[in-house]
Design a protein around this ligand. Structure first.
Ligand SMILES: Cc1ncc(COP(=O)(O)O)c(C=O)c1O
Length: 384
Protein backbone atom coordinates (compact mmCIF):
# COMPACT_ATOMS: atom_id res chain seq x y z
CA UNK A 1 0.00 0.00 0.00
CA UNK A 2 1.38 3.45 -0.87
CA UNK A 3 0.75 5.42 2.36
CA UNK A 4 -0.97 8.80 2.42
CA UNK A 5 1.51 10.91 4.41
CA UNK A 6 3.91 9.24 6.83
CA UNK A 7 6.88 10.52 8.86
CA UNK A 8 10.29 10.65 7.20
CA UNK A 9 12.93 9.64 9.76
CA UNK A 10 16.20 10.07 7.91
CA UNK A 11 18.22 12.62 9.87
CA UNK A 12 19.78 12.66 13.31
CA UNK A 13 16.68 11.37 15.15
CA UNK A 14 18.41 8.20 16.40
CA UNK A 15 21.53 10.04 17.48
CA UNK A 16 19.64 12.68 19.48
CA UNK A 17 17.20 10.20 21.05
CA UNK A 18 20.12 7.95 22.01
CA UNK A 19 21.70 10.93 23.72
CA UNK A 20 18.53 11.41 25.80
CA UNK A 21 18.41 7.74 26.71
CA UNK A 22 22.14 7.53 27.51
CA UNK A 23 22.01 10.56 29.77
CA UNK A 24 18.62 9.74 31.34
CA UNK A 25 17.12 13.07 30.24
CA UNK A 26 13.89 11.76 28.80
CA UNK A 27 11.22 13.76 30.59
CA UNK A 28 9.87 17.29 30.70
CA UNK A 29 13.18 19.11 31.15
CA UNK A 30 16.41 18.78 29.19
CA UNK A 31 18.63 20.44 26.66
CA UNK A 32 16.65 19.24 23.61
CA UNK A 33 13.51 21.03 24.81
CA UNK A 34 15.43 24.30 24.90
CA UNK A 35 17.29 23.66 21.63
CA UNK A 36 14.14 22.63 19.77
CA UNK A 37 12.26 25.74 20.92
CA UNK A 38 15.18 28.02 20.13
CA UNK A 39 15.82 26.59 16.67
CA UNK A 40 12.11 26.53 15.84
CA UNK A 41 11.74 30.21 16.77
CA UNK A 42 14.86 31.06 14.80
CA UNK A 43 13.57 29.17 11.72
CA UNK A 44 10.37 31.26 11.80
CA UNK A 45 12.18 34.53 12.60
CA UNK A 46 10.35 34.98 15.89
CA UNK A 47 11.84 35.58 19.31
CA UNK A 48 10.45 32.66 21.24
CA UNK A 49 8.51 29.42 21.01
CA UNK A 50 6.93 27.06 23.54
CA UNK A 51 6.80 23.33 22.82
CA UNK A 52 3.69 21.41 23.85
CA UNK A 53 2.25 17.89 23.81
CA UNK A 54 0.25 18.46 20.63
CA UNK A 55 -1.32 21.04 18.35
CA UNK A 56 -4.67 20.82 20.12
CA UNK A 57 -3.14 21.87 23.45
CA UNK A 58 -1.37 24.72 21.63
CA UNK A 59 -4.73 25.99 20.35
CA UNK A 60 -6.42 25.55 23.72
CA UNK A 61 -3.69 27.46 25.59
CA UNK A 62 -3.58 30.21 22.96
CA UNK A 63 -7.28 30.87 23.32
CA UNK A 64 -6.98 31.00 27.11
CA UNK A 65 -3.97 33.30 26.91
CA UNK A 66 -5.71 35.85 24.71
CA UNK A 67 -8.64 35.86 27.11
CA UNK A 68 -11.38 33.67 25.62
CA UNK A 69 -13.90 32.88 28.36
CA UNK A 70 -16.94 30.68 28.95
CA UNK A 71 -19.94 31.75 26.88
CA UNK A 72 -17.86 33.81 24.41
CA UNK A 73 -17.88 33.16 20.70
CA UNK A 74 -14.78 32.49 18.58
CA UNK A 75 -15.01 32.83 14.79
CA UNK A 76 -13.42 30.01 12.75
CA UNK A 77 -13.72 28.41 9.29
CA UNK A 78 -16.28 25.65 8.81
CA UNK A 79 -13.77 23.31 7.17
CA UNK A 80 -10.88 22.14 9.32
CA UNK A 81 -9.81 19.21 11.44
CA UNK A 82 -12.12 18.96 14.47
CA UNK A 83 -9.34 19.91 16.92
CA UNK A 84 -9.69 23.59 15.94
CA UNK A 85 -13.33 23.62 17.07
CA UNK A 86 -12.71 21.38 20.07
CA UNK A 87 -10.05 23.72 21.43
CA UNK A 88 -12.70 26.48 21.45
CA UNK A 89 -15.13 24.20 23.29
CA UNK A 90 -12.46 23.41 25.95
CA UNK A 91 -12.51 27.08 26.97
CA UNK A 92 -16.30 27.02 27.39
CA UNK A 93 -16.72 29.27 24.35
CA UNK A 94 -18.60 28.34 21.17
CA UNK A 95 -17.51 28.51 17.53
CA UNK A 96 -19.14 30.73 14.93
CA UNK A 97 -18.52 28.91 11.64
CA UNK A 98 -17.74 30.78 8.42
CA UNK A 99 -18.00 29.05 5.04
CA UNK A 100 -14.92 28.61 2.86
CA UNK A 101 -13.78 30.05 -0.44
CA UNK A 102 -14.34 27.73 -3.40
CA UNK A 103 -10.87 28.26 -4.89
CA UNK A 104 -8.53 28.30 -1.87
CA UNK A 105 -10.67 26.31 0.63
CA UNK A 106 -9.75 28.88 3.30
CA UNK A 107 -12.23 31.00 5.29
CA UNK A 108 -14.26 33.16 2.87
CA UNK A 109 -13.32 36.71 3.90
CA UNK A 110 -16.25 38.28 2.03
CA UNK A 111 -18.69 36.22 4.05
CA UNK A 112 -16.77 37.12 7.22
CA UNK A 113 -16.96 40.85 6.40
CA UNK A 114 -20.70 40.69 5.70
CA UNK A 115 -21.30 38.87 8.97
CA UNK A 116 -19.28 41.37 11.01
CA UNK A 117 -20.94 44.32 9.31
CA UNK A 118 -24.54 43.09 9.54
CA UNK A 119 -24.68 40.89 12.62
CA UNK A 120 -22.15 42.37 15.05
CA UNK A 121 -21.43 45.65 16.79
CA UNK A 122 -18.63 47.12 18.89
CA UNK A 123 -19.79 48.19 22.36
CA UNK A 124 -18.55 51.10 24.48
CA UNK A 125 -15.82 48.89 26.02
CA UNK A 126 -14.55 48.20 22.46
CA UNK A 127 -15.75 44.59 22.65
CA UNK A 128 -17.23 42.90 19.61
CA UNK A 129 -20.77 41.74 20.33
CA UNK A 130 -23.00 39.41 18.34
CA UNK A 131 -26.20 41.49 18.05
CA UNK A 132 -28.81 38.74 18.23
CA UNK A 133 -27.42 36.89 21.26
CA UNK A 134 -25.57 39.84 22.86
CA UNK A 135 -22.63 37.48 23.44
CA UNK A 136 -19.05 38.62 23.11
CA UNK A 137 -16.91 37.46 20.18
CA UNK A 138 -13.50 37.30 21.78
CA UNK A 139 -11.23 35.98 19.01
CA UNK A 140 -10.89 34.80 15.45
CA UNK A 141 -9.11 31.54 14.74
CA UNK A 142 -7.88 31.33 11.18
CA UNK A 143 -6.90 27.86 9.96
CA UNK A 144 -4.35 27.55 7.16
CA UNK A 145 -6.10 24.56 5.64
CA UNK A 146 -3.83 22.06 3.82
CA UNK A 147 -0.86 24.41 4.20
CA UNK A 148 -2.50 27.11 2.07
CA UNK A 149 -3.14 30.66 3.40
CA UNK A 150 -5.97 33.17 2.89
CA UNK A 151 -5.43 36.84 2.04
CA UNK A 152 -3.73 37.72 5.34
CA UNK A 153 -3.44 41.42 4.52
CA UNK A 154 -7.19 41.59 4.19
CA UNK A 155 -7.77 39.43 7.25
CA UNK A 156 -5.44 41.53 9.41
CA UNK A 157 -7.22 44.69 8.36
CA UNK A 158 -10.55 43.07 9.35
CA UNK A 159 -9.29 41.86 12.75
CA UNK A 160 -7.82 45.33 13.43
CA UNK A 161 -11.05 47.08 12.47
CA UNK A 162 -13.13 44.85 14.75
CA UNK A 163 -10.59 44.63 17.56
CA UNK A 164 -10.37 40.85 17.29
CA UNK A 165 -7.33 38.93 18.58
CA UNK A 166 -6.11 36.54 15.89
CA UNK A 167 -5.00 32.97 16.60
CA UNK A 168 -3.44 31.16 13.65
CA UNK A 169 -4.01 27.42 13.47
CA UNK A 170 -0.92 26.68 11.41
CA UNK A 171 -0.96 22.99 12.37
CA UNK A 172 -0.75 22.04 8.69
CA UNK A 173 1.12 25.06 7.41
CA UNK A 174 4.58 24.94 8.94
CA UNK A 175 6.93 26.54 6.41
CA UNK A 176 4.16 28.01 4.25
CA UNK A 177 4.70 31.70 3.49
CA UNK A 178 2.62 34.81 2.99
CA UNK A 179 4.96 37.22 1.20
CA UNK A 180 8.06 36.87 3.34
CA UNK A 181 6.29 35.87 6.55
CA UNK A 182 5.81 32.35 7.74
CA UNK A 183 2.30 31.06 8.46
CA UNK A 184 1.71 31.33 12.18
CA UNK A 185 3.78 34.49 12.66
CA UNK A 186 1.31 37.11 11.42
CA UNK A 187 -1.41 36.95 14.06
CA UNK A 188 -1.23 37.33 17.84
CA UNK A 189 -0.36 33.67 18.43
CA UNK A 190 0.54 30.87 16.02
CA UNK A 191 0.03 27.15 16.70
CA UNK A 192 1.69 24.14 15.05
CA UNK A 193 1.28 20.37 15.20
CA UNK A 194 3.90 17.62 14.91
CA UNK A 195 1.39 14.83 14.65
CA UNK A 196 2.45 11.77 12.60
CA UNK A 197 0.93 12.97 9.33
CA UNK A 198 2.32 16.53 9.47
CA UNK A 199 5.19 17.90 7.36
CA UNK A 200 7.57 17.18 10.26
CA UNK A 201 6.69 14.99 13.21
CA UNK A 202 7.65 14.18 16.79
CA UNK A 203 5.08 11.38 16.92
CA UNK A 204 2.86 13.81 18.82
CA UNK A 205 3.76 17.37 19.63
CA UNK A 206 2.93 21.00 19.11
CA UNK A 207 4.32 24.52 19.40
CA UNK A 208 3.17 28.05 20.14
CA UNK A 209 4.92 31.13 18.77
CA UNK A 210 4.16 34.78 19.45
CA UNK A 211 5.84 38.14 19.22
CA UNK A 212 4.13 39.06 22.49
CA UNK A 213 6.50 38.21 25.37
CA UNK A 214 3.68 38.13 27.91
CA UNK A 215 1.87 35.48 25.86
CA UNK A 216 5.02 33.35 25.67
CA UNK A 217 5.62 33.68 29.40
CA UNK A 218 2.03 32.75 30.06
CA UNK A 219 2.19 29.75 27.72
CA UNK A 220 5.25 28.41 29.57
CA UNK A 221 3.59 29.01 32.92
CA UNK A 222 0.20 27.49 32.09
CA UNK A 223 1.72 24.48 30.31
CA UNK A 224 3.84 23.58 33.36
CA UNK A 225 0.88 23.38 35.78
CA UNK A 226 1.24 27.09 36.64
CA UNK A 227 4.11 26.36 39.01
CA UNK A 228 5.64 29.55 40.37
CA UNK A 229 8.72 28.06 42.02
CA UNK A 230 10.60 24.99 40.79
CA UNK A 231 11.51 23.94 44.35
CA UNK A 232 8.15 24.22 46.05
CA UNK A 233 4.77 22.96 44.96
CA UNK A 234 3.14 26.35 44.73
CA UNK A 235 0.81 26.84 41.77
CA UNK A 236 -0.95 30.17 41.37
CA UNK A 237 -3.80 29.10 39.06
CA UNK A 238 -5.26 26.04 37.35
CA UNK A 239 -2.53 25.02 34.92
CA UNK A 240 -1.98 22.16 32.51
CA UNK A 241 0.58 19.40 32.03
CA UNK A 242 1.11 20.28 28.38
CA UNK A 243 4.91 20.41 27.94
CA UNK A 244 6.68 18.35 25.27
CA UNK A 245 9.22 15.91 26.76
CA UNK A 246 12.95 15.96 26.01
CA UNK A 247 12.99 12.72 24.05
CA UNK A 248 10.32 13.99 21.63
CA UNK A 249 12.01 17.40 21.41
CA UNK A 250 15.14 15.50 20.32
CA UNK A 251 13.17 14.01 17.43
CA UNK A 252 11.73 17.48 16.73
CA UNK A 253 15.17 19.04 16.49
CA UNK A 254 16.33 16.39 14.03
CA UNK A 255 13.15 16.81 11.98
CA UNK A 256 13.49 20.58 11.96
CA UNK A 257 16.99 20.22 10.48
CA UNK A 258 15.33 18.52 7.48
CA UNK A 259 12.30 20.82 7.19
CA UNK A 260 13.53 22.73 4.14
CA UNK A 261 14.08 19.43 2.35
CA UNK A 262 10.61 18.22 3.35
CA UNK A 263 8.98 21.40 2.04
CA UNK A 264 10.94 21.17 -1.20
CA UNK A 265 9.76 17.57 -1.66
CA UNK A 266 6.11 18.45 -0.94
CA UNK A 267 6.27 21.22 -3.54
CA UNK A 268 7.83 18.86 -6.12
CA UNK A 269 5.13 16.26 -5.41
CA UNK A 270 2.42 18.88 -5.92
CA UNK A 271 4.02 20.02 -9.19
CA UNK A 272 4.22 16.42 -10.40
CA UNK A 273 0.56 15.73 -9.66
CA UNK A 274 -0.62 19.05 -11.09
CA UNK A 275 1.24 18.34 -14.33
CA UNK A 276 0.25 14.72 -14.65
CA UNK A 277 -3.36 14.82 -13.47
CA UNK A 278 -4.46 18.09 -15.04
CA UNK A 279 -6.34 16.64 -18.01
CA UNK A 280 -7.64 13.49 -16.43
CA UNK A 281 -11.42 13.14 -16.00
CA UNK A 282 -12.86 16.14 -14.19
CA UNK A 283 -9.93 16.56 -11.77
CA UNK A 284 -9.45 20.06 -10.32
CA UNK A 285 -6.96 21.44 -7.77
CA UNK A 286 -6.77 23.84 -4.82
CA UNK A 287 -5.62 27.36 -5.79
CA UNK A 288 -3.44 29.82 -3.87
CA UNK A 289 -3.39 33.60 -4.16
CA UNK A 290 -0.18 35.22 -5.49
CA UNK A 291 1.22 36.27 -2.11
CA UNK A 292 1.14 32.69 -0.84
CA UNK A 293 3.65 29.87 -1.06
CA UNK A 294 1.80 26.84 0.28
CA UNK A 295 3.85 24.10 1.93
CA UNK A 296 1.65 21.68 -0.11
CA UNK A 297 1.17 19.59 3.02
CA UNK A 298 -1.49 17.15 1.83
CA UNK A 299 -2.10 16.91 -1.89
CA UNK A 300 -5.85 16.92 -2.53
CA UNK A 301 -7.82 16.75 -5.76
CA UNK A 302 -11.45 17.51 -6.53
CA UNK A 303 -13.60 15.19 -8.62
CA UNK A 304 -17.32 14.53 -8.83
CA UNK A 305 -16.43 10.84 -8.67
CA UNK A 306 -14.69 11.18 -5.31
CA UNK A 307 -16.50 8.34 -3.54
CA UNK A 308 -15.91 5.79 -6.31
CA UNK A 309 -12.29 6.85 -6.79
CA UNK A 310 -11.70 6.62 -3.02
CA UNK A 311 -12.98 3.05 -2.96
CA UNK A 312 -11.05 2.09 -6.10
CA UNK A 313 -7.70 3.49 -4.95
CA UNK A 314 -7.96 2.20 -1.37
CA UNK A 315 -8.64 -1.30 -2.66
CA UNK A 316 -5.85 -1.09 -5.24
CA UNK A 317 -2.81 -0.31 -3.12
CA UNK A 318 -3.12 3.50 -3.00
CA UNK A 319 -4.13 4.95 0.34
CA UNK A 320 -6.31 8.02 0.09
CA UNK A 321 -8.71 9.88 2.32
CA UNK A 322 -11.72 12.17 1.94
CA UNK A 323 -11.62 15.73 3.28
CA UNK A 324 -12.84 16.41 6.83
CA UNK A 325 -16.56 16.54 7.37
CA UNK A 326 -17.42 20.26 7.74
CA UNK A 327 -17.91 21.29 11.37
CA UNK A 328 -21.58 22.23 10.87
CA UNK A 329 -22.28 18.59 9.95
CA UNK A 330 -20.87 17.15 13.20
CA UNK A 331 -23.35 16.51 16.05
CA UNK A 332 -21.57 18.70 18.62
CA UNK A 333 -21.35 21.69 16.25
CA UNK A 334 -24.51 21.35 14.11
CA UNK A 335 -26.35 23.97 16.17
CA UNK A 336 -23.54 26.53 15.99
CA UNK A 337 -24.07 29.71 14.00
CA UNK A 338 -22.97 28.88 10.43
CA UNK A 339 -22.57 31.77 8.01
CA UNK A 340 -22.74 30.77 4.36
CA UNK A 341 -24.26 31.74 1.01
CA UNK A 342 -24.17 28.46 -0.86
CA UNK A 343 -22.57 25.93 1.48
CA UNK A 344 -19.27 25.70 -0.38
CA UNK A 345 -17.97 23.58 2.52
CA UNK A 346 -20.37 20.82 1.56
CA UNK A 347 -19.52 21.07 -2.13
CA UNK A 348 -15.77 20.81 -1.50
CA UNK A 349 -16.21 18.02 1.03
CA UNK A 350 -18.28 16.00 -1.43
CA UNK A 351 -15.55 16.05 -4.06
CA UNK A 352 -12.15 16.33 -2.28
CA UNK A 353 -9.78 13.41 -2.05
CA UNK A 354 -6.26 13.46 -0.58
CA UNK A 355 -3.73 11.23 -2.30
CA UNK A 356 -0.27 9.90 -1.29
CA UNK A 357 2.32 12.61 -0.73
CA UNK A 358 4.80 11.52 1.97
CA UNK A 359 8.02 13.52 1.76
CA UNK A 360 9.94 10.33 0.86
CA UNK A 361 7.49 9.03 -1.74
CA UNK A 362 9.41 7.71 -4.77
CA UNK A 363 8.97 8.74 -8.42
CA UNK A 364 7.85 5.17 -9.15
CA UNK A 365 5.13 5.42 -6.49
CA UNK A 366 3.96 8.81 -7.81
CA UNK A 367 3.74 7.31 -11.32
CA UNK A 368 1.79 4.36 -9.95
CA UNK A 369 -0.74 6.70 -8.27
CA UNK A 370 -1.18 8.66 -11.50
CA UNK A 371 -1.52 5.56 -13.62
CA UNK A 372 -4.19 4.07 -11.30
CA UNK A 373 -6.14 7.34 -11.35
CA UNK A 374 -5.90 7.40 -15.18
CA UNK A 375 -7.05 3.81 -15.36
CA UNK A 376 -10.03 4.61 -13.13
CA UNK A 377 -11.19 7.52 -15.30
CA UNK A 378 -10.53 5.62 -18.58
CA UNK A 379 -12.61 2.68 -17.39
CA UNK A 380 -15.40 4.84 -16.01
CA UNK A 381 -15.66 6.85 -19.27
CA UNK A 382 -15.88 3.61 -21.25
CA UNK A 383 -18.60 2.19 -19.02
CA UNK A 384 -20.74 5.35 -19.11
C1 LIG B 1 -5.89 22.14 11.26
C2 LIG B 1 -5.49 21.34 12.45
N1 LIG B 1 -5.63 21.89 13.66
C3 LIG B 1 -5.25 21.23 14.77
C4 LIG B 1 -4.71 19.95 14.69
C5 LIG B 1 -4.40 19.27 15.98
O1 LIG B 1 -3.07 18.91 16.12
P1 LIG B 1 -2.69 17.66 17.03
O2 LIG B 1 -3.13 16.42 16.34
O3 LIG B 1 -1.21 17.74 17.14
O4 LIG B 1 -3.35 17.83 18.35
C6 LIG B 1 -4.54 19.35 13.43
C7 LIG B 1 -3.96 18.03 13.21
O5 LIG B 1 -3.87 17.08 13.81
C8 LIG B 1 -4.96 20.05 12.29
O6 LIG B 1 -4.84 19.51 11.08
Amino acid sequence: MIPLSVPNISGKEWEYVKDCLDTGWISSAGSYVDKFEKEFASYLNVKDAVSLVNGTSALHLSLKIIGVKTNDYVIMPNVTFVASANSISYTGAEPILIDIDEKTWQMDLNILKEFLKNDCQINSSKELIHKETQRKISALMIVHVQGNICDMEELLSITREYNLPLVEDAAEALGAKYDNNFAGTLGDIGCYSFNGNKIMSTGGGGMIVSKNEEYIKNAKHLSTTAKTNPLTYFHDEVGYNYRLVNVLSAIGLAQLEQLDEFIKNKILISEFYRQNLQNIGDIRFQDSIDAVRSNEWLFTILTNQMQKLLEYLNSNGVMCRPFWIPMNQLPMYENCIYISNKDTSKKIHNSALSIPCSTDITKKQLEEVVSKIKYFFDSSSKSS
